[in-house]
Design a protein around this ligand. Structure first.
Ligand code: GAP
Length: 348
């Protein structure tokens, strides 16, 4: 493989009598190199157009720009640069919903460190990134590390954070200690120095880099496949409920007048106006209350706030929690603080 001896690999497959695990066939084609990157042309005159490649990772822009960011931001090592952007790969098998796509969104960070300190920072980011995933509110048994034994040519340590997707544990995020490989290669081919002057050590060096790299679409799939639940209820009915971590739910509450009369819609609108200062809230007055609860369950709204006859008498509402379906009665004056208490921002 390392010598790129494709004919040799073909000979080995035949010699060892390797069969296709699915069809049982030995009718192999020659071993061929696949194009992993998408190419296109840039230039207005077609004969003079240059071939360019769509980026297969967002990382390289950060490498090329790191000294600009360091100088303009007056950053000292260690520091990181993170960005979100499109990446393109000519995947041979693009499938499993949005797990593997040819055009996807990556969220990457390059963290620049002193040479020799990279493995300490690698451990730091390995731990910190798992904490971030857990802070989303999905239980820890859905995650595991997969440390790489066979490392890419540019890495001296690598691990994946794997998630328990419906089709098994698969990579969600990669954390790599990429040494100084990328910066050195950019330096070599551009002829531009990419050294950092470390004023504490009074020396210049090419920093080492720890990378954290996560797919946005894959994270979306992880959260949705965890949250999507079909439940059989005690009364024999069924419901679909999106058990999204509350902080990720697109709407935090729905305000529902029990009936479309007797001043209930007006009161519900008042509550809606109060809550929308702090939260994204939906108003819904169509159909029976049970049907409206189901609609909110299906889009993962953590709380349904119902205005009924008693509301008009004592200024209280019922608050129904999505997962337990339990209802409590609380005063409208306490609603905002109740929601803040129960919808906490992520903290590591
Ligand atoms: N810069 C390092 C890098 O790109 P990677 O392990 O090849 O590392 C990082 O990709 C992350 O990007 C993966 O963990 C995954 O979440 C996401 N990813 C990679 N290929 C993907 C694809 N074809 N479709 C969707 N997400 C993908």
């Amino acid at each position: 493989m390392e010598a790129n001896d494709l004919a040799g690999i073909k000979a080995l497959i035949e010699e060892l009598g390797i069969v296709c695990p699915i069809s049982g066939s030995r009718n192999w084609t020659d071993v061929r190199q696949f194009n992993l990157m998408f190419s296109t042309k840039v230039g207005s005159v077609s004969e003079e157009a240059d071939t360019i490649y769509l980026r297969p990772e967002t990382a390289q822009g950060i490498f090329v720009n790191y000294l600009n960011v360091q100088k303009t931001g007056r950053m000292k090592i260690p520091f990181g640069i993170a960005q979100i952007g499109k990446a393109f790969r000519n995947e041979i098998v693009a499938r499993q919903f949005i797990f593997r796509m040819r055009e996807f969104e990556q969220m990457e960070m390059q963290f620049f460190v002193r040479p020799g300190e990279e493995l300490k920072w690698f451990e730091y980011w390995k731990e910190t990134r798992l904490k971030w995933h857990l802070a989303l509110g999905i239980p820890s048994e859905n995650y595991r590390y997969h440390d790489h034994e066979k490392l890419a040519h540019y890495a001296n340590a690598a691990t994946d954070i794997e998630f328990n997707f419906p089709f098994g544990f698969k990579e969600l995020e990669g954390i790599h200690s990429r040494t100084d490989f990328d910066l050195k290669r950019h330096q070599e081919f551009s002829g531009k120095k990419l050294q950092y002057f470390d004023s504490e050590l009074n020396e210049s060096y090419v920093p080492y880099v720890i990378e954290t790299s996560i797919g946005l679409d894959r994270t979306f799939l992880a959260v949705f496949s965890y949250a999507y639940t079909e439940e059989n209820l005690a009364d024999g009915s069924q419901r679909v409920v999106m058990k999204l971590p509350r902080i990720l739910a697109p709407f935090k509450a729905a305000v529902l007048p029990l009936v479309k009369k007797d001043g209930m819609p007006e009161k519900a609108r008042e509550i809606m106006d109060m809550l929308k200062q702090d939260f994204r809230v939906q108003y819904d007055e169509k159909d029976a209350i049970g049907k409206r609860y189901r609609r909110q369950d299906a889009i993962g709204t953590p709380y349904c706030i119902t205005v009924d006859t008693q509301t008009l008498e004592d200024n209280t509402v019922t608050v129904r929690e999505r997962d337990s379906m339990e209802q409590i009665r609380i005063s409208i004056d306490e609603l905002t603080s109740y929601m803040h208490k129960n919808i906490k921002p992520l903290s590591l």
